[in-house]
Design a protein. Structure first.
Length: 677
């Protein structure tokens, strides 16, 4: 099986779980159904219903019409009614058997009860029992129920996860470099270490590392970020992302089920098979509704038999109406559809929901605790503070050949500013304390404070104050020296992500407290917190103590979301009410979290809270529509307002029932309009 087929298989798995999580625990009899089956059954049943209505004597009597009568025409509705029952109705009976076996009576059982009662009574009337036959109502009931199921299945299938659709875009074949040749091979045959050529505009077939070439790659599939990411030698690329205008040669690091997208699809599949508390609430409501409907039907039967013992047709019509109106079709759709849409919406915005319960809990979060390194900061050294362009350009020229982290940070900062970095000669290292090189005709040194002291050089007054302030903030300071003069200084520290301040501001605006924990010194912690507007700082926290900080915040009853990316964040992520792993993090962190942010953008935390609140609101609205409809409908069907001339016949009950399904489905679709930022 090639790689892309493997992905399709994963996609099918996600679909299957989306159908089962699609809330059909209480409709498990039809969880695997394709909307096309119900569409076909609906249209054929509708065609068969027309002659049933035309020749139905019961309907003619109600409407006061005399329809076509031919010898034996009284048997036409019966023949068509039985055909509709066998063709369109058996699917509901199979579902009822599955529900009853699982001891989870629900919608299928209720529909089956209604159609079996209608069939039994109509057969009896056709064979001579006094009364009005129900063939036309049986036919319309089954047809309308099939329509409702078709709508439901289409909605659930239509709400499939966006990543599953994107996975279909993974290429089946790749151009593998074999010596000097390029061979086209199935992706499934690629092994770790193979080199693959990715042409401009092509999709990247596997996870890998760029070994040659420069390009921009669109990774929105995984991160939700639309801006293309620059890739050069040494950069990591992911399967399914789309190459820009340059050709890249990549070395395969992961294939098939190991790739990032396969892992994400598994996350999404797990999420769609996990249950939220709203879903559990809906399941309980469906089971309760079965017993309520049964109780209401028995009471209706007894009361009307006492009031109108001479009119069994009317009594039975009331009982059937009660059973029809009680079908929790809308209830079956209320939560699953919202969950599907929110999971897909999240995925498109780089929010991967591993556990639906975690997404639901996120709405109540009152404190967000960020781990500093790699979450609010990049975890990499970068130039901080004010640096003169000329000083930076000269320092970059001196450091250009060095592999040291400080050197790389200085060179990267100069490139970022678009400075011209001159070629240096005579590069030499000062035993770990700095480097010297000749730039043009100037001999320059980039070195630590120790070298400045050793050489007996004097720092200009403005550099003394800046050095003190930056060193307190945990920065490493190096100086550019020419002969006896210190030309300037460059401070390097773990750089704060450009989005971090906005992430903190977004959360604060939502009324959420923001705290930060770090293993760094109190000074470093406070310095970062000041830059970002964070008031609560837990500094000098040992890895094993991170979960204690979470417990400390939870002590006053606060709901805590922990955001981290590292191995030592895992216990804290598990301890928190909601664990959020930042996507650049480790597999261990991702395993412990309920929500994973595919990109490393901390603003995704505020997006997660917004998605959670919108999802919960929609779920409650849908539960209200689905159950409120039953609360009004059952007494009407039972005939409590018969004295006021209001009566709900079974066919009209079926129409209303389908209408509630459509309302719930449409309301869930409105969630797609949510704009997170």
């Amino acid at each position: 099986m090639d790689h892309s087929q493997h992905m399709h298989h994963d996609h099918d798995h996600a679909d299957a779980s989306s159908a089962s999580a699609g809330g059909h625990d209480h409709h498990s009899g039809h969880e695997g159904h394709d909307p096309a089956i119900f569409r076909r059954k609906f249209w054929l049943s509708l065609v068969l219903t027309i002659p049933t209505l035309v020749f139905s004597m019961g309907l003619q009597d109600i409407l006061g019409l005399s329809g076509p009568r031919v010898p034996g025409s009284q048997y036409i509705p019966a023949a068509f009614g039985v055909a509709i029952f066998l063709y369109g109705g058996l699917v509901f009976l199979k579902g009822a058997v599955t529900e009853l076996r699982a001891k989870q009576p629900g919608m299928m059982t209720l529909i089956s009860l209604a159609i079996v009662v209608a069939l039994g009574y109509s057969v009896a009337v056709t064979l001579g029992l006094a009364g009005m036959d129900f063939w036309w109502e049986l036919a319309t009931l089954i047809t309308i129920m099939l329509l409702g199921h078709w709508i439901e299945m289409s909605a659930v299938m239509g709400a499939q996860d966006a990543l599953g659709e994107l996975a279909k875009l993974l290429p089946d074949e790749a151009d593998m470099l074999h010596g000097d040749h390029v061979m086209t091979v199935p992706v499934s045959q690629l092994a770790v270490g193979d080199r693959v050529l990715v042409r401009p505009g092509a999709a990247i077939p596997v996870d890998g590392e760029v070994v040659e070439g420069d390009s921009d790659v669109n990774e929105s599939l995984l991160t939700g970020e639309s801006a293309a990411v620059a890739k050069a030698k040494g950069a990591q690329v992911i399967a399914g992302s789309v190459n820009g205008s340059g050709a890249l040669t990549i070395r395969v690091t992961k294939t098939g089920g190991e790739t990032a997208i396969a892992g994400i699809m598994k996350l999404v599949a797990d999420a769609q098979s996990s249950k939220s508390s709203a879903q559990l609430l809906a399941d309980r409501a469906a089971a309760l509704l079965f017993y309520v409907a049964l109780g209401a039907a028995i009471i209706t039967l007894v009361v009307w038999l006492v009031i109108r013992p001479d009119d069994p047709a009317f009594v039975l019509e009331r009982v059937v109406s009660v059973l029809v109106i009680a079908c929790p079709h809308a209830l079956g759709l209320a939560i699953p559809l919202v969950s599907q849409i929110s999971t897909a919406l999240g995925a498109r915005n780089g929010i991967l929901v591993k556990n639906r319960l975690a997404l639901e809990e996120a709405r109540a979060v009152s404190v967000v605790l960020f781990d500093k390194t790699g979450t609010l900061t990049t975890g990499r050294q970068g130039v901080v503070g004010d640096v003169d362009d000329e000083v930076l350009a000269l320092a970059a020229s001196v450091e250009a050949k060095s592999e040291h982290a400080i050197a790389r940070a200085i060179v990267a900062a100069a490139k970022e500013r678009g400075l011209k970095v001159a070629r240096a000669k005579g590069f030499s290292s000062l035993a770990g304390r700095g480097v010297t090189a000749t730039v043009g005709d100037r001999e320059l040194t980039v070195a630590s404070r120790r070298v400045v002291t050793e050489r007996g050089l004097e720092l200009p007054a403005e550099l003394v104050n800046s050095t003190r302030e930056l060193s307190t903030g945990g920065a490493t300071v190096v100086y550019l020296i020419e002969g006896p003069r210190v030309l300037g200084m460059i401070a390097l520290a773990d750089t704060i992500r450009p989005e971090s301040a906005e992430a903190v501001a977004l959360l604060t605006k939502r009324g959420v407290r923001v705290a930060m924990l770090t293993g760094d010194s109190r000074e470093v912690g406070d310095w970062v917190a000041r830059q970002l507007g964070i008031d609560e700082v837990f500094a000098e926290v040992l890895p094993g103590q991170k979960s204690d900080v979470v417990a400390q915040l939870q002590a006053d009853g606060s709901k805590v979301a922990m955001v981290g990316d590292g191995v030592n964040d895992a216990p804290a992520l598990a301890m928190a009410d909601v664990g959020i792993a930042i996507g650049a993090g480790t597999d261990v962190a991702i395993e412990s979290a309920g929500v994973v942010l595919a990109s490393s953008d901390p603003r995704g935390v505020a997006d997660t809270l917004a998605l959670s609140r919108a999802t919960w609101r929609k779920e409650l609205q849908n539960l209200f529509w689905a159950t409120g409809y039953n609360a009004v409908g059952i007494p009407l069907a039972a005939g409590v307002l018969f004295g006021a001339g209001i009566l709900l016949p079974p066919a009209l009950a079926a129409v209303f029932m389908s209408a509630s399904t459509i309302i719930v489905a449409a309301n869930a679709q409105l969630l797609r309009l949510l704009r997170l930022r």
